[in-house]
Design a protein around this ligand. Structure first.
Ligand code: KG4
Ligand code: ZN
Length: 334
């Protein structure tokens, strides 16, 4: 019998639903909440309210796009952690109600695990062991994958995430939220070596991105003293230089981990893996190092329910189901 999973992702400001049949994505719908742009960041309460408005129509359209009827769903999956608690509760509440009403098994998924397993949505898929740099708005991790459900975090950020470094820099430059994609766009036409920012290194496989934020702030304040139009006149070079510094820090640790563990199957995941500079650098440096490089399709890099569905599929095969008493959690270790 085929396994048809309805997957829900609502950990931050995107409401997403996907239908996955036997490990294949039939539909993956993402409703992005525009309401946060004007505030320069996600407003948690507004995110919860928007999820509440979006969740039913998003699920309906995901079913329609997949050509699947509600009666054909065999399991329901949702993001249980980590994320904004109010946002997670909307997805969890919907999934629990759907599962209970139709008497279906429920599968609770860890958002960061799902970002890594986005690599297993489409071919080519990595072999094991596989090393994944997961870079999002809330996390920066180097993950060792021994099998789909055996993932080990080798190192992570001790302060800000890489995505936060992008978004906070963008805010200082007067760019709207989320700033990561706009830094990327500007950087494509800028000189990455024009301005120098410190490359911080932490012990082991850990990262730190709070230093770059302060360095950029001090640098901009200094420059604006002599030229009030400094940002407008140099935005492309500033973006390229900051992006280059962040990518260097990420690549340094990824190379160190690949070398020490002698792993040549290497990939990136999470929202920041949509960054064109990071994708290019990984391809180029990976080729020099003899790596087989894996980068998920763009729509599977940022938050999406397809990655929740593929993770749920592995859990389904493994018999890992959640009880109807399950509750979401803002923070969660693996
Ligand atoms: O994984 P994600 O969609 O949500 C979280 O789980 O956090 O990641 C969102 C983050 C934001 O910080 C956003 O600015 C960043 O990913 N991002 C990018 C790009 N696209 C998204 N950062 C740099 N360049 C991009 N092209
Ligand atoms: Zn994410």
């Amino acid at each position: 019998m085929s396994v048809t999973i309805l997957a829900i992702e609502s950990s931050c400001d995107d409401t997403s639903a996907a239908i996955i049949r036997d490990g294949k994505v039939l539909s993956n719908l993402i409703a992005t909440q525009k309401v946060h742009e004007q505030y320069g960041g996600v407003v948690p309460e507004m995110a919860s309210r928007a999820h509440m408005q979006n969740i039913v129509p998003v699920v309906d359209v995901a079913l329609q796009n997949a050509g699947v009827k509600k009666e054909e769903i065999t399991a329901v999956a949702f993001t249980q952690a980590p994320g904004l608690i109010g946002s997670l509760m909307v997805g969890a509440g919907f999934a629990k109600a759907f599962a209970q009403a139709r008497n279906l098994p429920l599968i609770a998924v860890h958002h960061m695990q799902a970002h890594v397993l986005a690599h297993f949505i489409e071919d080519p898929k990595p072999d094991f062991p596989f090393l994944c740099l997961t870079v999002s708005g809330g996390h920066t991790q180097i993950v060792l994958c021994k099998s789909p459900l055996e993932l080990e975090v080798l190192g992570e950020t001790v302060d800000d995430a890489a995505g936060e470094a992008f978004d906070k820099t963008a805010k200082m430059l007067g760019l709207p939220y989320p700033g990561g994609p706009l830094i990327d766009k500007n950087a494509q036409e800028g000189d990455p070596l024009r301005f120098k920012f410190p490359v911080t290194s932490m012990p082991g496989f850990n990262f730190s991105f709070s230093g770059i934020k302060t360095a950029v702030l001090n640098f901009l304040q200094q420059q604006k003293k002599t030229n009030p139009n400094f940002v407008e006149e140099n935005i492309k070079d500033i973006c390229a230089s900051v992006q280059y510094t962040i990518i260097t820090m990420l690549m340094n640790k990824l190379k160190k981990a690949a070398k020490e563990l002698n792993i040549k199957q290497v990939g990136i995941a999470g929202g920041v893996s949509a960054n064109s500079g990071l994708r290019k650098t990984l391809q180029e440096q990976g080729a020099e190092l003899g790596w087989e490089v894996f980068i998920p399709k763009f729509e599977y890099c940022t938050d999406n329910a397809a990655m929740i569905g593929i993770t749920a599929y592995y859990k389904y095969l493994d018999g890992e189901f959640a009880d109807l008493s399950v509750t979401p959690s803002a923070r969660a270790s693996w």
